[in-house]
Design a protein around this ligand. Structure first.
Ligand SMILES: Cc1cc2nc3c(=O)[nH]c(=O)nc-3n(C[C@H](O)[C@H](O)[C@H](O)COP(=O)(O)OP(=O)(O)OC[C@H]3O[C@@H](n4cnc5c(N)ncnc54)[C@H](O)[C@@H]3O)c2cc1C
Length: 460
C-alpha cells in the first residue's frame, strides 16, 4: 500500500517533488538489497539532501507513527535496508559530500552517502590512508559501513570501520540532532554513544555526518598468492604466520569452487590446479615489508604450497586484490540464487570450521563455494542454489543452522561483518543470551519508543 496523501504532500514540501517516488517501478527497485531471497515493497521512497530534512521527516514520521527504513546503496547482506511493508524508505545517497579534510588532526568529515571508495581515494590523494575496504567499497556508503560496522580485506592489521570513526552526527527518531565524539584522540566524557550507533543497523538513529580518523599511508607493499592441494595446509600457513608475529594487512583465502568462478569472471590468470589459494599482503616500511614477505613466502613453502607467486608491480597486486573482491559477484553468476554467509570463529578454529562447512554441504547435497578473511577467522560459505527449488532452499536453511551452531560451539559468532538485519534475527537470541537481548531491547525502546526506525530488524 502506498503512503497516505497527507504524508506524501508533506514529504514533497520538505525535500521537493523530484525527491519522492511512489511509482510501482521505483518501489520495486527499492524492495530488496544485496541479500538473496528477500523482498518487500515500501510505501514510498524519499531522498534527503540535508540533516534538517532528515530531522523534519523523522519528526513527522514519529508523530504519525510511520515506519522509516534508512538506506544507503542497498548492498547489505543481512536484509538491513529491506523495507518493512508500507514503510517510507529514506535514502541518503544524495548526501554525499566530503565536508572537510583536516591535515593537522588527520581527520575527514563526510556526509553519509559518500562511497567508501571516494573516501579512500580522497585520503590517498592527500597522502593519507583510510584502511577499511569492504568488497563492496565502489558502491557502499559510509553511512551503511558505520551502521553495519563493516570490515574488509585489511581488517587483520588495520581493524574495521569502528576503529576509524571519531564522531557522528545522528538524527534521533523524534527528529532531535545529536553530535557524539570529536577530533580529540582521548575523550572519556560520559558513555560512548558513538559506539552505540556504530553497528546499530539503522535501528537507533540516522547517521548524517561521520568524522573519520585517517592514518599515514604505508610507503611499501608486497602482494603474493600461494596455492595448495589441501585447505588444511593453507590454514596452517595462516596460523604459523600469526605465530611468527607477522600481521599482514591481508590474508584472504578462496576454495577451489571460488577460484574457478573468479578466474572465469575476472580472467586474472589464477592457478586452477589447486584446492585452496591464499592472497597475502604486507605493507609498511620497505625494510619490514621485504623481511615479512620473505618470511611469509618461506612459511607458505614449508607448509606445502604448490606455487608462491609474488606480484611484480602495483598493477599485478591490484589485479589480485580485485580478483578476491569479485568473489561474491563471480559466484553469483553460476546459480540463480547465491546465499552468502558470514560465520566467524577464533583463528585457531578456522581449519575445523572450513572442514565442517564442506561436510555439511555434502550432507545436505548442496553446492558451496567458501572464501573469506582467513586472518580474521571470518568465513563466507556461499551456497549456490535456486530459490524456486523449495526442497533445496529448505536444505540450505538446515545447513546454515548447523554451521551457525558449530560457529557458536567453537567460540565464534553468527556474523563477523554483515550484521543481523532480518536474515539472522531468529538466531541472535541463541548467540546473545537473555540478558544481552533484554538490554538491547531496552536501549532501543529508550531511543525509539514508538518503534518507527527499521522495525523488525535485529529483533522484534
Ligand atoms: C559484492 C559485495 C561485497 C561485500 N563485501 C563486504 C565486505 O568485504 N565487508 C563487509 O563488511 N560487508 C560487505 N558487503 C556488505 C555491504 O556492502 C556492507 O554491509 C555495507 O556497509 C552496506 O553499505 P550500504 O551503503 O549498501 O548500506 P545499505 O545496504 O543501504 O544499509 C545497510 C544497513 O545500514 C543502515 N543504514 C544505511 N545508511 C544508514 C545511515 N546513514 N544511518 C543509519 N543507518 C543506515 C540500513 O538501514 C541497513 O540496516 C558486501 C556486499 C556486497 C554486495
Amino acid at each position: 500500500m502506498a503512503l497516505g496523501n497527507d504524508i506524501l504532500t508533506k514529504l514533497r514540501e520538505l525535500v521537493g517533488a523530484n525527491n519522492v517516488c511512489t511509482a510501482k517501478e521505483d518501489l520495486i527497485a527499492y524492495s530488496f538489497d544485496g541479500t538473496a531471497a528477500m523482498q518487500a515493497l515500501p510505501g514510498g521512497i524519499a531522498f534527503a539532501t540535508t540533516t534538517e530534512q532528515v530531522a523534519a521527516i523523522l519528526k513527522l514520521a514519529n508523530e504519525i507513527k510511520t515506519p522509516v527504513v534508512t538506506r544507503g546503496s542497498g548492498t547489505g547482506l543481512s536484509g538491513g535496508s529491506l523495507p518493512c511493508p508500507d514503510c517510507l524508505v529514506l535514502c541518503l545517497v544524495k548526501m554525499d559530500r566530503l565536508l572537510e579534510l583536516d591535515r593537522a588532526n588527520l581527520t575527514m568529515l563526510v556526509e553519509p552517502g559518500i562511497t567508501t571508495l571516494a573516501i579512500a581515494e580522497a585520503a590517498m590523494t592527500a597522502g593519507l590512508f583510510y584502511p577499511p575496504d569492504p568488497g563492496s567499497m565502489k558502491i557502499s556508503t559510509i553511512g551503511g559501513n558505520v551502521a553495519e560496522n563493516s570490515g574488509g580485506l585489511r581488517g587483520l592489521k588495520y581493524g574495521i570501520t569502528r576503529n576509524y570513526v571519531m564522531g557522528l552526527e545522528v538524527v534521533l527518531p523524534n527528529g532531535e540532532v545529536c553530535w557524539t565524539g570529536n577530533k580529540c584522540v582521548k575523550d572519556v566524557a560520559g558513555y560512548s554513544l558513538r559506539d552505540l550507533f556504530i553497528g546499530s543497523e539503522g535501528t537507533l538513529g540516522f547517521i548524517t555526518k561521520v568524522l573519520l580518523r585517517l592514518i599515514p599511508k604505508p610507503v611499501a607493499k608486497k602482494t603474493m598468492v600461494a596455492t595448495y592441494a589441501d585447505m588444511g595446509q593453507a590454514a596452517q600457513t595462516v596460523s604459523e604466520i600469526i605465530a611468527a608475529q607477522i600481521i599482514p594487512c591481508t590474508l584472504e583465502f578462496l576454495d577451489r569452487t571460488t577460484i574457478h568462478c573468479v578466474e572465469d569472471f575476472a580472467k586474472v590468470g589464477l592457478p586452477l590446479d589447486c584446492e585452496a589459494l591464499l592472497l597475502m599482503e604486507t605493507d609498511g616500511h620497505p625494510a619490514a615489508v621485504a623481511e615479512e614477505a620473505a618470511k611469509m613466502e618461506d612459511l607458505a613453502r614449508k607448509n606445502g604450497a604448490l606455487e608462491v607467486r609474488v606480484a611484480k608491480d602495483e598493477a599485478e597486486a591490484t589485479k589480485l586484490a580485485t580478483a578476491r573482491r569479485s568473489a561474491f559477484s563471480a559466484l553469483a553468476r553460476v546459480a540463480p540464487t547465491t546465499i552468502l554467509e558470514d560465520a566467524t570463529v577464533p583463528r585457531s578454529e578456522l581449519a575445523k570450521m572450513i572442514r565442517f562447512v564442506a561436510e555439511i554441504a555434502k550432507k545436505y547435497k548442496l553446492r558451496v563455494g567458501t572464501f573469506g578473511h582467513m586472518g580474521d577467522g571470518n568465513l563466507h560459505p556461499t551456497f549456490l542454489t535456486d530459490e524456486r527449488n523449495k526442497d533445496e532452499m529448505h536444505r540450505v536453511e538446515e545447513a546454515f543452522k548447523e554451521i551457525f551452531d558449530e560457529a557458536i560451539r567453537l567460540g565464534g559468532t553468527i556474523t563477523g561483518e554483515h550484521g543481523v538485519g532480518l536474515a539472522k534475527k531468529s538466531i541472535l537470541p541463541k548467540f546473545a543470551g537473555d540478558t544481552q537481548m533484554r538490554v538491547m531491547r531496552e536501549l532501543r525502546r529508550a531511543l525509539d519508543p514508538n518503534g518507527i526506525l527499521n522495525p523488525g530488524k535485529m529483533f522484534d
